[in-house]
Design a protein around this ligand. Structure first.
Ligand code: FES
Length: 65
């Protein structure tokens, strides 16, 4: 098992669906975007699920417009 696989196994996160908004993901998470960049964040992130964000996969609050 390589280092990346070990990090994935340790990751735990809570996913919360926000009404008419993004997915809030908090906890110890590992996020891989389309460019294969990896974000190891132990805080929280908001992921767009409306498709309008100009900063996908993150919510930029465009869902409120
Ligand atoms: S959910 Fe916020 S911009 Fe898409």
């Amino acid at each position: 098992m390589n280092m990346e696989e070990k990090k994935e196994n340790k990751s735990q996160a809570v996913v919360e669906v926000i009404d008419s908004g993004p997915l809030k993901i908090s906890g110890n998470l590992l996020l891989k975007d389309l460019k294969k960049d990896i974000t190891d964040n132990s805080g929280e992130v908001y992921l767009c699920r409306c498709g309008r964000s100009g900063n996908k996969p993150y919510c930029d609050r465009s869902h409120k417009k």
